[in-house]
Design a protein around this ligand. Sequence first.
Ligand SMILES: [Zn+2]
Length: 163
Amino acid sequence: MRSFTEKQIRTSFVNSTLRERKELVLPPDFAELDWANLDYLGWRDHKIPSLGYVFAEVDDELVGAVLRRSDGVTRGRPQCNWCEDVTLPNDVVFFSAKRAGQAGRNGNTIGTLVCAGFECSANVRVLPPIAYEGFDREAARVQRIEALRLNVYAFVRAVRLGG
Ligand SMILES: [Zn+2]
């Protein structure tokens, strides 16, 4: 993704109050982010670890969403709904996001399993193992990056549209 300013990110949140947007804590490494190798920006609030934030450019619009970690029980080995990584180099947790507008105020949320530290962009850039003879690992990597983007966009779009 291209790079964005703190102000662009702060004003993009669709499911938070004005106060929450003002108090929003940006990632500690914000100044050194490697934007070119990110498909979305995701981070945990280092003061309130149960909070997470996701930010992406979808349909030429900047959309941020606040996520809350829920303690839903996950059966078996959970897989991140966004990067769909099967080698699981990190924990996967369940987050829910309030939908934008009235729907969210009525308690309508949308949930997803996501890499605990939003490692998805790094995960999909790892060359996948050779699945069979002649397997094109580079093409498979490009496909995974594309799939991650589509998954994140679908989620963010669902939050933005309310419901
Ligand atoms: Zn992931």
